[in-house]
Design a protein. Structure first.
Length: 211
């Protein structure tokens, strides 16, 4: 199988690391002008296209968007699906994913991360290195658990939620659409949409408004 990875930043390297032993061939596609003239990335062929148009890469079977920004990753993933391009679920060989969990298309689970029983993750989520999504969690499309973030059982998130490095949420907590949980925060109460919640215990530090 030939996997197309969209992106050429740090997260793209992590996704390559997770995918490289599962796919016979990997190619990259990026719109980063700094990559112009480059022919390889992580030792794989790279195409540079200002529109990130997958037509620039011939003959791939599956694609995954490896862009850290939640909104951009979700937009690109949805655009691929609208074009009928199948999205890969990428699991690092050292990720632990329950057979009773459900992972949406384009979701990646990186090294030493865990997704426990009956967790359901939407489209284009990231469970980053060492992060934990406990049993019965329900993660909205485009949610990102950064390295070592840990969310307890039955935590629910809206769309595009970002848990920063080392943050955590108590079981059953809800975090609304496009909110950010700051690095190291401990979320002990529900968080509304489009805010930054940070600190221990987490408090609302900022309202992002409409994005
Ligand atoms: C949340 C974050 C992105 C900053 O977001 P932001 O919208 O730019 O927020 P600001 O820097 O304007 O901070 C707003 C307020 O929240 C506070 N704050 C921000 N992050 C905080 C944190 N992690 N813990 C405690 N307070 C924090 C700031 O000190 C500031 O307080 P003030 O208004 O009293 O000065 C950043 O602080 C953070 O936690 N980054 C995590 C990065 C990460 O995990 N990356 C993983 C990549 S895989």
């Amino acid at each position: 199988m030939h996997l197309l990875i969209l992106g050429s930043g740090g997260h793209a390297k992590s996704v390559w690391e997770a995918a490289k032993d599962q796919f016979e061939q990997i190619s990259f596609l990026t719109n980063d002008p700094a990559m112009t003239g480059e022919v390889s990335f992580c030792g794989c062929p790279v195409a540079v296209d200002p529109q990130t148009d997958p037509a620039a890469v011939p003959d791939f079977d599956l694609a995954v968007v490896a862009v850290g920004d939640n909104r951009r990753r979700l937009e690109l993933s949805r655009a691929l699906r609208r074009r009928g391009i199948p999205l890969a679920v990428v699991l690092h060989p050292r990720a632990s994913v329950s057979g009773a969990a459900e992972l949406g298309p384009g979701t990646v689970v990186l090294a030493n991360a865990s997704v426990n029983a009956f967790a359901r993750l939407g489209t284009a989520c990231i469970v980053n290195t060492g992060a934990v999504a406990e049993h019965d969690c329900l993660l909205g499309d485009g949610t990102h658990l950064a390295p070592n973030a840990a969310i307890g059982g039955a935590v629910r998130t809206g769309e595009g939620v970002w848990f920063g490095i080392g943050s955590c949420a108590a079981p059953g907590i809800f975090v609304g659409d496009w909110s950010v949980v700051g690095a190291g925060a401990a979320v002990l109460a529900d968080v509304p949409e489009r805010v930054l919640a940070a600190g221990v215990p987490a408090k609302i530090k900022k309202h992002y408004g409409e994005i």
